[in-house]
Design a protein around this ligand. Sequence first.
Ligand code: S3P
Length: 169
Amino acid sequence: MNPAANLVLVGPMGAGKTTLGRALAARLGLRLQDVDSAVEQEAGASVTELFAREGEAGFRAREKAMLARLLKGEGVLIATGGGAVLDADNRQAMRARAFVVYLPVDVATQLVRLTGDGSRPLLARPDREQVLHDLATARSPLYREVADLVFDTHGLAADTAANRLVDRL
Ligand code: S3P
């Protein structure tokens, strides 16, 4: 990986993008920017509030603008939201401006990690497991399309995963 390049983490909700991002940032000397958090800060509203107020389309427009802005930097480590790969311009911008790492995760692990979490509007319904399967079917090819590296963290603590990932960059 080019030292001036950006690093982008993609993958589904509960894949550990933010957790691994924190562990990586320290090791690589990069600034971690979480797209969801940056959107929330700029809007002064949570992702859930933005979905309710502006619809998913409104959130996606904010997400797209924020991702484009963050990708203009250099040496930025970006944790994306799980749906950032849906937009073809986003995928093209990530590929052009960053080394992209896809963190796959299985639905059983997602369910454990996301149980009790009320911050994901797409999962605010009783059939969460089915939703996660459907999202995986629709999005896995997009994560693969955009990724320079597929990195499986299954069973690894964040620190261990970060050490191993650094060796592969
Ligand atoms: C979404 C994932 C969330 C957040 C929003 C939509 C998605 O981010 O952007 O709730 O479409 O998968 P995380 O992947 O960080 O949970």
